[in-house]
Design a protein around this ligand. Structure first.
Ligand code: AP5
Ligand code: ZN
Length: 217
């Protein structure tokens, strides 16, 4: 399946993507994770992306689209993928459509995670991520690690993202409303959007998502 995951910062896209990708046997492609990996490796791409990310703004389309295209061309993505954080504006959605057209394939669904704003603020404030693997995501209150600051899965150090400060989160939410939300209408016009409430336990949200995606195969 070819799926786009959309929702505000902190909605649980990364958390759900890890489970959904495993259940559906497709790779989880997160542009945010790809940028963070480039930053930690000190690449030119990472250097270009960093100031935009730290400010909570979108990285310019030309950089983002080229990176996403490159990743989607990898052998593991030939038969499907779960996109998390891409596309993030209508220009990127059009570029993705053009890429898929070139391959003669289509998206199966756009899964929209709906979460109230006060909840996403709480989720982001308590989020802790593993230095070894960005799929190891915790929350100090909702999903605490057994030992504070230590990843349950691999023993790695847990850290808080630079762009998770209160001020930057406010900017990211504004950018989501003005630039990303319009892609929901763009995809609604193609009949692809399935919206699910993303409140409740992580496993409950995964079950809801799997159920909603059944109709899209
Ligand atoms: P990105 O990394 O994509 O960040 P985001 O969209 O802001 O989303 P987050 O990673 O903050 O949240 P999430 O929805 O994945 O939530 P999570 O699962 O971690 O992008 C970062 C930046 O990169 C952008 O600002 C931009 O600069 C740049 N960028 C990326 N893509 C781009 C693009 N296409 N174009 C241009 N720029 C781009 O969950 C959050 C917390 O909640 C965790 O602690 C988790 O444990 C907890 N949680 C999850 N589910 C539940 C639940 N059901 N109940 C309780 N707690 C929960
Ligand atoms: Zn870990």
């Amino acid at each position: 399946m070819r799926i786009v995951l959309v929702g505000p910062p902190g909605a649980g896209k990364g958390t759900q993507a890890a489970y959904l990708a495993r259940n559906l046997s497709i790779p989880h492609i997160s542009t945010g994770d790809l940028f963070r990996a480039n930053i930690s490796q000190g690449t030119d791409l990472g250097k270009r992306a960093r100031s935009f990310m730290d400010a909570g703004q979108l990285v310019p389309d030309e950089v983002t689209i080229a990176m996403a295209k490159d990743r989607m061309a990898q052998p593991d993505a030939v038969n499907g993928f779960l996109l998390d954080g891409f596309p993030r504006n209508v220009g990127q959605a059009e570029a993705l459509d053009a890429m898929l057209d070139d391959e003669g394939v289509k998206l199966d669904a756009v899964l929209d995670l709906e979460v109230p704003e006060d909840e996403v603020v709480k989720r982001i404030a308590g989020r802790r991520i593993c230095r070894n693997d960005s799929a190891h995501v915790f929350h100090v209150a909702y999903n605490p690690p057994k030992t504070e600051g230590v990843c349950d899965a691999c023993g790695g150090e847990l850290y808080q993202r630079d762009d998770d400060s209160e001020e930057t989160v406010r900017t990211r939410l504004e950018v989501y409303h003005t630039q990303t939300e319009p892609i929901i209408d763009y995809y609604r016009a193609q009949g692809l959007v399935v919206t699910i409430p993303a409140l409740g336990k992580v496993t409950e949200v995964t079950d809801r998502a799997m159920e909603a995606l059944k109709g899209s195969e």
